[in-house]
Design a protein around this ligand. Structure first.
Ligand SMILES: C[S@@+](CC[C@H](N)C(=O)[O-])C[C@H]1O[C@@H](n2cnc3c(N)ncnc32)[C@H](O)[C@@H]1O
Length: 334
């Protein structure tokens, strides 16, 4: 049985299910709406037009349909959608028909890596897998154009956040650790891994926009073919990358009536202007230093600013403060 869903400007049929899982005849997860919303915003914020887009793991086709219906006409030259699941392809075809989309789109039913390698270079590639993006990174990096954008989702947050540090070492070549800032460190581990794959092909993958939300990590990289730029990036591992200017453009494109997306993107702008790796978790500090009362986040942010330091909320958690204040100074403010 199917159900009809409206997401953004797309009207799609998806399998009716009690539980969202890989076992669905064709995969659609409503929780990932924000993931698709932000993809639309990133493409709107990007100045480049006439893009050749590849969606190698397309599911029901919702992302492709939203791109075609929500982005300005000049933005897209072509979209190549693919999924290994033949039933997903049936849904994609039916959903394109439902949305009266006939032009600019091609469909294939292959393994994602094969699909990418058999295609020509693409300006935007979106890797949106079940779990780790690892199996698809090599082919995606090979096919992303110079100055193109590679978007990567990872839903295997358990290894990345330190629940399975050995799995993280195997899959991401880094040791993860459970801690109050594990979502930020996990996101950074993912970014570094993608950059290491890029560097093998002399493609510097500069993070344009990145965040953690619900059960997943997401990062958008701008690709620059340059050995020197790769070296520069690799030297920055462990340091803070400034994503501020692009984050501003993304939030400007957000529909202010959509409070959730606006607030989320505004917080990212605010925190990305602060040169600090990691953040302070108020609950964790109160527990660690045995403060009897948990202060309000906004109150502490105000006090930090009064002291002349920078401070902002972080999108990673409702209890987090990103700031350049040293811990010793911060504790006095509690
Ligand atoms: C998380 S879903 C994608 C959801 C979709 N991008 C969206 O926004 O709704 C992952 C998709 O990848 C497909 N898939 C899994 N392994 C694949 C592979 N090796 N090659 C191509 N598609 C694959 C699955 O059939 C599934 O539709």
């Amino acid at each position: 049985m199917d159900q009809q869903i409206t997401e953004g400007k797309a009207i799609i049929s998806v399998p009716k299910t009690e539980k969202i899982s890989k076992a669905m005849p064709a995969f659609y997860n409503p929780v990932m709406k924000l993931n698709r919303d932000i993809s639309v915003l990133v493409l709107k914020a990007w100045s480049k037009n006439q893009l050749n887009i590849a969606l190698p793991l397309a599911g029901t086709g919702v992302r492709a349909i939203r791109f075609l219906k929500e982005l300005p006409k000049s933005k897209i030259r072509s979209i190549a959608v693919n999924d290994a699941n033949p039933t997903a392809i049936k849904y994609i075809r039916a959903n394109l028909k439902k949305n009266k989309i006939k032009r600019k789109i091609s469909i294939s039913n292959k393994d994602a890596s094969q699909f990418l390698l058999e295609n020509s270079a693409m300006d935007y590639i979106d890797i949106d897998p079940f779990g780790t993006p690892n199996p698809f990174l090599d082919s995606a990096v090979k096919r992303i154009t110079n100055e193109g954008i590679l978007a990567v989702t990872a839903t295997d947050t358990a290894p990345l956040c330190g629940t399975y540090p050995e799995a993280c070492l195997r899959k991401y070549w880094a040791v993860s650790k459970r801690s109050p800032i594990m979502h930020e460190t996990g996101l950074r581990i993912l970014i570094r891994k993608v950059q290491l794959i890029g560097a093998q092909y002399q493609k510097a993958l500069v993070p344009l926009y990145a965040y953690a939300k619900e059960h997943y990590f997401r990062a958008f990289f701008s690709c620059k073919k340059s050995k020197a730029e790769c070296q520069r990036l690799l030297q920055q591992h462990g340091m803070l990358n400034d994503i501020g200017p692009f984050a501003k453009k993304v939030t400007e494109k957000a529909d202010k009536k959509d409070k959730e997306t606006s607030k989320f993107t505004e917080t990212i702008v605010e925190e990305s202007s602060i040169q600090a790796v990691g953040f302070y978790d108020i609950h964790h500090l109160c527990k660690e230093y045995k403060f009897p009362q948990i202060p309000k986040r906004e109150a502490i942010i105000g006090k930090i600013r009064k002291k002349g330091y920078k401070a902002s909320p972080t999108h990673f958690t409702g209890e987090g403060i990103r700031s350049d204040i040293p811990l010793k100074e911060l504790l006095k403010l509690f």
